[in-house]
Design a protein around this ligand. Structure first.
Ligand code: BDR
Ligand code: CA
Length: 362
């Protein structure tokens, strides 16, 4: 029997077993339209960190998300402190079912820079959480990311909210994950100046080579940058609102936010504390919170003043300069493909209310 015949007879069997009618197709599409959307499976790659901790609490208290794992990257604190913090956070939320795995110990090509100045000596605003009752997953974070993506193809959303070392390591080890990931929503970068210095945002500055790999992997990537995060200012009124609620998670969140408002009063521009990492999680929960524009973005790795800057081409075009004798002549314009959905706007109050309501839920 030829291959075509086999295919035809298999087709016949299918038809015989499940006759397709317009009536049952319509019924199916109505059922699909009415079915509640399944929660998004997410892996949060994090360097916890005060705002990381709030982002994790937001994620774990949001029914729109199914948090599969926290993978830990060094950044705000060392890899070891970060793992301890992540374990304490899942323990606080009674979520030992969430895998927590350590990953890289340092950035790809540079020394680690930690940020206890901003996040407190333990990274969690100096709040001492009880020892964790949850255990670390023994897998290496990037391997766990690879494995989970293969187990749930096209379903996993990656939410990196620290330096991009672990994500780059996963990509380098197994580039076949790229088309299998649903989406990547990162907190990092900026298209209008940095927080480490004039040019660079901390997560990108702490591993620019990793960031360039992640930005150019070819997957759908949304950049929730510093400049939109700076519009989500958590202020005293939000804190007063949250302080009226009580529970182990709320009480911890209130202490962290009190610390952050204190830091802001000391070093900040006023108006409240920016909710950088929670906004990336908020974007995964409800993408309508932000507006985006597709742009070609590169990560500067060699500039004397600009290492770690995310250089965004808003026109997605470059001039074509051709050498003629002793000078170049512009002969046309070349299109460059956008590789990033850059967040350019945010409905800040809608997001801050979502954050407060989810933190108050426990
Ligand atoms: C980012 O850097 C870290 O300090 C925060 O956790 C956030 O991910 C903001 O630049
Ligand atoms: Ca972070």
């Amino acid at each position: 029997m030829s291959v075509a015949c086999i295919a035809l007879s298999l087709g016949f069997i299918t038809l015989a077993v499940a006759p397709r009618t317009h009536a049952n197709e319509n019924a199916r599409s109505i059922a699909t339209a009415n079915a509640p959307e399944a929660p998004k499976k997410v892996i949060i790659d994090t360097d916890p960190g005060t705002d990381d901790a709030l982002a994790i609490l937001l994620a774990l208290n949001s029914p729109e998300l199914d948090v599969r794992a926290l993978t830990v990257v060094p950044g705000n604190v060392t890899a070891q402190q970060g793992l301890e913090n992540a374990l304490k956070l899942v323990s606080l939320t009674n979520r030992c079912d969430v895998h927590v795995a350590g990953g890289a110990q340092h950035p790809l090509f540079q020394k680690l820079i930690t940020a206890e100045l901003w996040h407190g000596a333990n990274g969690l605003a100096n709040v001492e959480l009880p020892p964790s009752k949850c255990k670390a997953d023994p897998r290496f974070g990037p391997d766990l990311i690879i494995q989970m993506i293969h187990e749930s193809p096209h379903e996993i959303t990656l939410v990196p909210v620290g330096p991009l070392t672990n994500i780059a390591l996963a990509l380098l080890k197994d580039p076949s994950i790229v088309p299998l990931v649903k989406e990547v929503v990162i907190m990092g970068g900026s298209i209008s100046g940095g927080n480490v210095n004039a040019a660079a945002e901390a997560n990108i500055y702490n591993d620019p080579e990793a960031a360039q790999i992640v930005f150019h992997a070819g997957w759908r990537l949304t950049m929730v940058g510093l400049d939109v995060g700076d519009k989500t200012l958590y202020d005293q009124a939000h804190l007063d609102q949250l302080s009226k609620t009580h529970g182990p998670e709320n009480d911890f969140a209130v202490k962290v936010l009190t610390f952050l408002l204190g830091q802001e009063a000391k070093y900040g521009a006023g108006g409240g504390s920016p909710m950088y990492d929670p906004l990336a999680v908020g974007t995964a929960i409800d993408p309508s919170i932000v507006s985006t524009q597709p742009m070609h973005v590169d990560v500067e790795s060699r500039g004397e003043f600009t290492r770690g800057e995310t250089v965004a081409n808003r026109r997605n075009a470059v001039e074509r300069n051709v050498l003629h004798g002793d000078r170049y002549i512009i002969e046309g314009i070349d299109h460059v493909d956008p590789n990033v959905q850059v967040c350019t706007g945010v409905n800040a109050e809608k997001f801050l209310q979502l954050l407060n309501s989810r933190l108050a839920g426990k």
